[in-house]
Design a binder for this molecule. Structure first.
Ligand code: MG
Length: 160
């Protein structure tokens, strides 16, 4: 068995007039996230963790923000395409652990929905997925409510 670990990070600035999409779920809030795509900060961090674990390049290489294909893109589609890149290399996701850093909105009511969405796209049991959210104690850009950051760690396995 071959094992790999991957780590991903992303951040996006809050912007008015956009839906807030986190982990493939629309979260009721007065602000969304500025981005070329839907701005799903959590899924972008997960994509980079998966790509990194597989020894591939970053999300921007495969889904550039200069390409109109990905303008306003649903990031669940991007994540599904990342899963195809992994499947071509026979990698399976073993587990995912991820954390959102934000002051608002409260994420607790949405964690189970996000976990279910991730389990569907990653072909992974919800017991092997952890989604957490925490504030940054009012420090830095997340603490000031300017935006949201997300980090993700994954392990992949492949039968040799
Ligand atoms: Mg991003």
């Amino acid at each position: 068995m071959d094992f790999r670990v991957g780590f991903g990070y992303d951040s996006h600035r809050f912007a008015p007039g956009r839906p807030l999409v986190i982990g493939g779920i629309v979260i009721p809030y007065e602000l969304g996230l500025a981005a070329h795509s839907d701005g799903d900060v959590l899924l972008h961090a997960v994509c980079d963790a998966l790509l990194g674990a597989a020894g591939l390049k970053d999300i921007g290489t495969y889904f550039p923000d200069t390409d109109d294909t990905w303008k306003g893109a649903d990031s669940t589609v991007i994540l599904a395409k990342v899963m195809e890149l992994l499947a071509e290399r026979e990698w399976q996701v073993n587990n995912l652990d991820c954390t959102l850093v934000l002051e608002k909105p409260k994420m607790k009511p949405h964690i189970d929905d996000i976990t279910l969405k991730l389990s569907q796209i990653l072909h992974l049991s919800p017991e092997n997925i952890a989604v957490k959210a925490k504030t940054n104690e009012k420090m830095g850009f997340t603490g000031a409510g300017e935006g949201i950051a997300a980090v993700a760690a994954v392990t992949l396995r492949k039968q040799c």
